[in-house]
Design a protein around this ligand. Sequence first.
Ligand SMILES: [Zn+2]
Length: 285
Amino acid sequence: MSALGWLTQPAVFPWVALVLGLCIGSFLNVVIHRLPKMMERAWRADCAELAGQPVPPEGTYNLCVPRSNCPGCGRNIRALENLPLASWLVLRGKCAGCGKPIGLRYPLVELLAGLGAAWSAWHFGFGPAAFAGMLFIWCTIALAFIDQATGYLPDDITLPLLWAGLLFNTAATFVPLYDAVVGAAAGYLSLWLIYWAYWLATGKEGMGFGDFKMSAAIGAFFGWKLLPLVILLSSMVGLAFGVLQMVAAKRGWDGAFRFHFGPYLAIAAIVAMFWGQPIMRWYLN
Ligand SMILES: [Zn+2]
């Protein structure tokens, strides 16, 4: 058996996906940390240019440059200290230089990206759906964590994800292309409608325009038929976290929890991807 043939065996492929996912998770940590800062830099430069002021000189800062370093002591992270999950465990969550704690977010993102990829590989088997599922999970992990930390859902992730969903479905990977195109439009419009209804009812903004685009991407991947389920599930997850937030506030942990809508959408969409069809069948019967 060829090496590729062996790696794509049903008993082996999920483990390959797990390792791949852990490594991608390590990269997602960089995206989650740097992309919002890169956006803010770009906005600062745009504002300065618009105001006719000189653009503030800043060193190169993108997903590759500069190298990762400890925010505590500036120590460069060596390759061996950058192994997903393993390094965090060996270092016991502390910088090898200054002993400053490394956030639990880093191993958590790696673990989620690895387990999500393995589950996608196991669930769909070797083929386009498994890879589409992995891509979707990795992008929504980045979106959920960026939204939770900053309140942004960057166009640089939501829009390519939308296109990827449509392109995968040209070969009907999850749904026929017709369902995907209608899903993209309906995903955007349905949250847009909820946004205005909520605004008219309460005078508050319940979500932002990034949520509409993320919902459009979900529709592009899984079609319009799963959208009601995704919206229902995300509201339920939101409600559960809302109750948690109220309990926390009562106990004086105010500000400990501040939730955005992106993570709810991410959780709901991933549940719908794996279990949407059986849930719908069960519900409609
Ligand atoms: Zn350090």
